[in-house]
Design a protein around this ligand. Structure first.
Ligand SMILES: [Zn+2]
Length: 133
């Protein structure tokens, strides 16, 4: 007799999905009960429908939560900026960091005076909020 040990993560998500499924089934049956009650002129029809809709919304919300969890890992990376400076005329060019960039590296020619420009600084972009004055 061999018993496979379930990974704790898989078990949790299984129970979570089971709860969602049960909620979904209950709300759908509440909705159908409400529809039957509505046809029969039952006063409880509105209550059945309300319970069904709330259940549907709840299960949809829970389902969305499970999907959001997995995509949250891919968090935005901080932007790295390279500043290129022309030694001759002082023209400054700011662009995204490219692989192989390093301080004092020779860069493309200056668009103003055609002199070779140089990487002056490499830094991580700091997001400033509400800078407008
Ligand atoms: Zn220049």
């Amino acid at each position: 007799m061999t018993e496979k040990a379930e990974p704790p993560m898989g078990r949790t998500s299984f129970y979570y999905l089971a709860i969602i499924l049960v909620t979904l089934i209950l709300s759908v049956s509440a909705l159908s009960l409400g529809a039957v009650a509505l046809e029969g002129g039952d006063a409880n029809a509105g209550a059945y429908m309300l319970v069904g809709f709330i259940g549907l919304a709840l299960s949809a919300y829970m389902l969305l939560q499970t999907q959001r969890k997995s995509s949250r890992v891919a968090f935005e990376m901080p932007r790295v900026i390279t500043t290129i400076l022309c030694q001759k005329c002082g023209f400054k060019n700011i662009r995204d960091f490219q692989r192989g960039d390093y301080m004092f590296k020779e860069a493309e020619p200056c668009p103003k005076c055609n002199e070779k420009m140089m990487v002056a600084s490499i830094y991580r972009e700091v997001k400033e909020k509400g800078k407008e004055s």
